[in-house]
Design a protein around this ligand. Structure first.
Ligand SMILES: Nc1ncnc2c1ncn2[C@@H]1O[C@H](COP(=O)(O)OP(=O)(O)O)[C@@H](O)[C@H]1O
Ligand SMILES: [Mg+2]
Length: 402
């Protein structure tokens, strides 16, 4: 049987213009005046591949490797600088969280707005409305403004619209990672259903197990280059061979700034034996280690970390100064440990930013945004939903004195 190529990227290159921020102190900004240092950055370089009708096709690769940019080119949100894309059939997509959603409007109004963007008639939407709300499981929240939604609800509604408008080709970015387990199971079932119905699905995921189970073929991106396309097994194997398990990535795809007197040269989650941790579990102890290196002695350094969800919500951003852990001086190389008796992030995927500052937090010596992406798994603490498990103790007391 000859299957048609329904999604095709031919020699796609996409560049972004980056503003270089060598030193972001106020003084430096003032001194530099109006001069802006810009540099072209190629997020995709001559990428070509085709997806066959009915295929479930996965995109994998490190943070910043160009997967989302590829999806945006395929869905015509971005235009390639070179090359071309072609997609046959009715397209539906779930890209960034909340993209195309209006915060002040209710879920109901947004379903119609979003459907219209996807080119679905209002009549068709009316007919599918109950099915959409039901799959999303947002209940009576459907008439609340979506700004009151949790990120999980946002994703569920977005995904529900995207799949229920009966697309021929569905594009999904890794946003689904924010849903809870039950919803993810439902999504995976839906993908299987779409596959049986002969629909084409292009999915970005860093969950390699998901990709392995779901996809017919996989494309691996690295620094904007297409490295390999093939069966999930062979591509995932090639990919994991080149990648450190904790997905620590180099500077190429990431914002890094600072004056450079001291630098953060690495970061690792450790287990209780001070070995790189295989997994983090909600409610279990955890240890984070930052490695530093200095060009010259730094007096009273302050280290900072920031943990963000995939949608960019900052969960927590403590510094060593908050707990009065400020050495008189650091010089040469060393490390900083942050220990958590009970690590309270709920299961999900997070990005870690690290930084090194002077005591007054006026100067940044080094800041590395999203240096490490990590997963938290289910553990002894679990809350029904949200981002953190605060671990409160509950007690019910009846008012009568019987
Ligand atoms: N609008 C933009 N402006 C500048 N740089 C961008 C923009 N969008 C993405 N990038 C950069 O392009 C690279 C690829 O990004 P992206 O496609 O989002 O990667 P991935 O989805 O694989 O994590 C990254 O280095 C990112 O910082
Ligand atoms: Mg992405």
């Amino acid at each position: 049987m000859d299957r048609r190529v329904v999604v095709e990227a031919s020699n796609v290159s996409k560049k972004f213009r980056l503003i270089k921020e060598r030193n972001n102190s106020l003084k430096a900004t003032v001194m530099r005046g109006r001069r802006v240092i810009a540099e072209d950055f190629w997020a995709l370089r001559e990428v070509s591949f085709g997806v066959l009708e009915g295929e479930t096709f996965g995109l994998i690769g490190e943070n910043g490797s160009g997967k989302s940019t590829m999806l945006k080119c395929l869905t015509k949100i971005l235009r390639p600088d070179h090359g071309s894309v072609r997609v046959d059939g009715k397209v539906s997509a779930l890209l960034e969280l909340g993209a195309g959603y209006h915060p002040e409007l209710s879920g109901r109004e947004n379903v119609f707005l979003n459907g219209a963007i996807l080119g679905v008639s209002q009549r068709e939407l009316k007919g599918k409305f109950d099915q959409i709300v039901d799959f999303a499981g947002v209940g009576e929240f459907i008439d609340e403004p979506v700004k009151n939604y949790s990120s999980g609800m946002y994703v569920r509604l977005g995904f529900s619209v995207a799949i229920n408008v009966d697309p021929d080709v569905l594009f999904v970015d890794e946003v689904l990672a924010v849903g809870d387990e039950a919803f993810q199971r439902k999504c995976n079932e839906k993908f299987t259903e779409l596959r049986h119905a002969g629909k084409t699905v292009v999915i970005v995921s860093h969950g390699l197990a998901v990709v392995q189970n779901l996809c017919d073929r996989v494309a691996w991106f690295s620094h904007g280059h297409l490295m390999d396309v093939g069966t999930p097994r062979s591509v995932i194997e090639a990919y994991t061979e080149t990648v450190h398990v904790d997905r620590q990535v180099d500077e190429a795809g990431h914002a890094r700034w600072g004056t450079g007197e001291g630098r953060i040269v690495g970061v690792d989650w450790l287990d209780r034996d001070a070995q790189p941790a295989a997994r983090l579990r909600c409610g279990e102890p955890a240890w984070l280690r930052l490695f530093y290196e200095t060009q010259q002695p730094i007096e009273q350094p302050v280290f900072g970390i920031s943990i963000r969800t995939l949608e960019g919500f900052e969960v927590s951003a403590p510094t060593s100064k908050d707990t009065d852990c400020v050495p008189d001086k650091i010089e040469g190389t060393g490390h900083v440990d942050v220990s958590f008796d009970s690590f309270r992030l709920l299961p999900g995927t997070y990005d870690l930013t690290v930084s090194l500052h002077d005591y007054g937090l006026v100067q940044t010596f080094d800041a590395r945004r999203d240096l490490l992406r990590f997963d938290v798994e289910r553990g002894p603490l679990h809350d029904r939903s949200g981002i953190v498990a605060l671990g409160g103790e509950w007690r019910v007391v009846a008012d009568d004195d019987s």
